[in-house]
Ligand binder design. Structure first.
Ligand code: BGC
Length: 455
């Protein structure tokens, strides 16, 4: 396999068509800190970080980058970068602290101030309603395995859009339902750390139902552009043996198709073919889930190489390192293969045809080990990664795929879930002792790319 990621120098201008929008992303739990302030309720991620041994180095997200108090600095960074939009997360537990019932005025006011600051800076606010931080009382009632959670998210969507809908017209409903279902409920590496294996599948359906319900509510509140964002990977078999090919098909179904098919075609793939239980659908669900999103969000980081499962494995596949690829700070399971992004995007277009709305790349980026103290980080490795992937998007567009927007993960270094602070994804370095933000060399480079794409 050819690795194109290393031969792109920092001075390189990726070929990117005029008119693409630029964004950078963060998520509420990963940047805000202030977990006991402003009337915020408790979430499954507070429970996760409080579980000894769950997060590397026992790190907690508080204060983290402290954006609850420093959001003006983040807005300023978004403006300096020249972003069209800023993708940020809204914390459900700041708006509805118990997950249902009373709405918290202080939470509404906080996001209102953030939205006003963005508009003032000329950056379009593009919030995500749900980025993994379920209020704990809802998890106690079954979490995403309980259908009722979808209706609670609908109520929360109504509360927040009722308050911000006059100024916010673009919304992501749910971030990566696959990761919540697979890592949160199936194998337990993310919150709520349950290990239900395929018993976790209802968590996928209930999040997708929540997406459909929220989309309806947001549109009623005047939204112009609503969609969800799915995590996608290009799945490749380790060899062309029938066993590896079958395993790759199974993984592709579980990681990609279970989440894309219902949104884009109104149907789940043939789960029974893998011996999996049917989804707990009820009449009307699939119509809501497939009710024409205005865009299809794609979070992409790396391809996945799949081999047949070893004897006795509870899963029908085995994820293995991708041979010959450079890797990010996450190691061998995060290979850097930009052309896989082009192949993934053209594959979506080929598989879903006219059912595929314009694509928004809602996350793409890489982490590397970087120093803790405030400093100008010379992150040529991140520049190579981003240049390769922006070029990969341009190549997909040249091949006829409609990609409207490209979003970098992340605007600033932040709490990387179970990996704590061992991974830094930011265009901006954050010194977690002082909260000081220092744009990295990749920030200045991207600034130039954005500027040149507009001339
Ligand atoms: C998530 C982000 C996360 C990033 C890097 C995505 O799956 O949406 O919250 O930080 O990947 O791991």
């Amino acid at each position: 396999m050819t690795d194109h990621s290393t031969d792109i120098s920092p001075g390189t201008q990726p070929r990117i068509p005029h008119g693409i929008r630029w964004s950078a992303a963060t998520a509420a739990f990963q940047i805000e800190g202030a977990r006991d302030q402003g009337g915020r309720g408790r979430t499954i991620w507070d429970d996760f970080v409080d579980t000894p041994g769950a997060v590397i180095d026992g790190a907690t997200a508080d204060p983290g980058p402290g954006s609850y108090h420093r959001f003006h600095e983040d807005v300023d960074l978004a403006k300096r970068l020249g972003l069209d939009r800023y993708r940020f997360g809204i914390s459900w537990a700041r708006i509805v602290p118990d997950g249902s019932g009373t709405v918290n005025r202080q939470g509404l006011d906080y996001y209102s101030r953030l939205v006003d600051a963005l508009i003032e800076a000329g950056v379009t606010p593009f919030p995500t309603l749900y980025h993994w931080d379920l209020p704990s009382p809802l998890e106690a009632a079954g979490g995403w395995l309980n259908r009722d959670t979808a209706y609670r998210l609908e109520e929360y969507a109504a509360a927040i859009s009722g308050h911000l809908g006059d100024r916010v017209k673009h919304w992501y409903t749910i971030n990566e339902p696959a990761m919540t279902a697979l890592e949160g409920y199936a194998i337990g590496t993310l919150a709520p750390a349950r290990q239900e294996l395929f018993g976790a599948l209802p968590a996928a359906h209930h999040q997708l139902l929540a997406h459909g319900l929220a989309m309806r509510v947001l549109r009623e509140a005047g939204a112009e552009q609503v969609g969800l964002t799915n995590n996608h990977t290009l799945v490749r078999p380790q060899s062309d043996s029938p066993e590896d090919m079958m395993a790759a098909g199974a993984y592709n179904m579980i990681h990609n198709r279970v989440f894309a098919d219902p949104v884009l075609t109104g149907q789940y793939p043939e789960l029974a073919a893998l011996g999996l239980p049917e989804m707990p659908t009820q009449p009307g669900d699939m119509e809501l889930i497939s009710a024409g999103p205005d865009f299809y969000g794609v979070n992409y980081y790396n391809p996945t190489t799949v081999a047949a499962a070893p004897e006795g494995s509870p899963l029908p596949f085995d994820l293995v390192p991708t041979p010959g690829a450079e890797t990010t700070g996450f190691g061998e399971m995060w290979p850097i293969v930009p052309e896989a992004l082009t192949a993934m995007l053209t594959g979506l277009r080929d598989d879903y045809g006219d059912a595929l709305p314009p694509i928004i790349i809602a996350e793409n980026g890489a982490s590397f080990p970087e120093p803790d103290r405030a400093a100008k980080i010379d992150d040529t490795n991140r520049i190579s990664y981003l240049a390769g992937h922006i070029q990969a998007v341009a190549n997909a567009i040249a091949a006829g795929v409609n990609v409207e927007e490209y979003t970098v993960w992340s605007l600033i270094d932040n709490f990387e879930w179970a990996a704590g602070y061992t991974q830094r994804f930011g265009l901006t370095h954050v010194d977690y002792e002082t909260g000081e933000r220092t744009p990295k060399v990749s920030f200045d480079w991207l600034c130039g790319v954005i500027e040149r794409s507009r001339t």
